[in-house]
Design a protein around this ligand. Structure first.
Ligand code: ZN
Ligand code: ZN
Length: 340
């Protein structure tokens, strides 16, 4: 495969605005406003407002308009199709993280880089599955880049959630399940057994549900019209509702969190919920390694999360890997994911 001229800058590099393609003059998930931003998905650490023009995968469009404003200058691209921007070929490929999430493939003079954005390898009824894209350089996230993160089968987790709800509903209790408004809430909804009882969400989640349904994702009917939740109901609300007036109101009888962080026992205690379900929209340790194997890159750049352990492990196994430092590096990955 052709190699880059060692004197020319790398195809993608970090500058003060974010991950930049100099030859194509565009950014991927910039953290400041820029002229042209390719957005991997709608979570707030990836999609920032006020850029002049945006490009995203087609199923992500309504989400970005909800998050960044109705009137943004937005161009969309179906998965697998490409555009050429200042001579650089750009295509977007499913990342399996949330609806519309994309990996960005960038090609210039035969050299291919792939930026995964956030991704997972487990199946999810609410989005297209991750597609490994062969490349020379892979820029991968590493939110859960430690061997202790090893996800249980999500099908079993969904069964456990329904069983937990059913058990409490029979006793006339009301269940509250904390989950991120964008992605996790819809993934949970898609697998709930609506025969158990009424399902409620907060307005932010309901608004995003509409974007999912418009893209053909099946979600169960909600019972948001009836005011207070009845006994036997399940409520899905974002983690920010924890310890709010909402949860302190008398009718909440039992609580649970659904997140990858529930794999850490301490997180469940810290969150003061009764149950923790281990369900993540990010790759676990084996998912990260599988992805490197599947994409078979010459070089891996690791960003977002537990960077050093993954870099070290890859180097020890003969894969050339480096840390790609971003402002998010300094922040606790736990805090960062909880913000999504
Ligand atoms: Zn995300
Ligand atoms: Zn993220």
């Amino acid at each position: 495969m052709p190699m880059t001229d060692p004197l020319s800058p790398p195809l993608l590099q970090i500058n003060e605005n974010g991950l930049f393609c100099q030859v194509g003059n565009f950014y991927i998930d910039p953290w400041r406003s820029v002229d042209f931003a390719v957005i991997t998905h709608g979570h707030s650490d990836h999609a920032k407002a006020h850029s002049r023009a945006y490009l995203c995968a087609k199923p992500s469009a309504s989400i970005l308009r909800i998050r960044l404003g109705k009137h943004i200058n937005l161009q969309t691209l179906p998965y697998g199709e490409s555009i050429t921007h200042n001579g650089v070929k750009i295509s977007l490929h499913p990342a399996g993280h949330i609806l519309g999430s994309a990996q960005v493939r960038v090609e210039y003079k035969g050299e291919v880089w792939v930026v995964t954005g956030d991704y997972k390898r487990e199946p999810d009824l609410t989005c297209d599955p991750f597609e490994p894209v062969p490349c020379h350089t892979l820029v991968t996230e590493s939110t859960f880049g430690l061997p202790i993160f090893n996800w249980p089968n999500p099908e079993e987790v969904h069964k456990d959630i329904n069983a937990w709800w059913d058990y409490n509903a029979i006793q006339g209790k009301i269940c509250i399940l904390f989950a991120y408004s964008l992605g996790k809430a819809q993934r949970l909804l898609s697998q709930l057994d609506a025969n158990i009882g009424p399902i409620h969400t907060n307005p932010a989640i309901s608004a995003i549900n509409k974007a999912y349904e418009a893209e053909g994702v099946y979600l169960p009917n909600l019972d948001n019209s009836s005011g207070d939740a009845r006994p036997g109901s399940l409520l899905i609300v974002p983690p920010s509702y924890l310890n709010s007036r909402f949860t302190e109101s008398h009718y909440i009888n039992t609580t649970a969190h659904a997140s990858g962080w529930m794999a850490l026992k301490g997180m469940q205690i810290q969150n003061r919920s009764d149950r923790g379900f281990v369900l993540s929209d990010h790759a676990d340790w084996k998912g990260l390694l599988q992805t490197v194997e599947d994409c078979n890159p010459e070089k891996v750049l690791v960003t977002h999360g537990f960077v050093e352990p993954l870099v070290k492990y890859l180097n020890e196994t003969g894969v050339q890997a480096y840390a790609l430092n971003t402002p998010y590096q300094a922040e606790s990955p736990i805090l960062r994911e909880q913000n999504e």
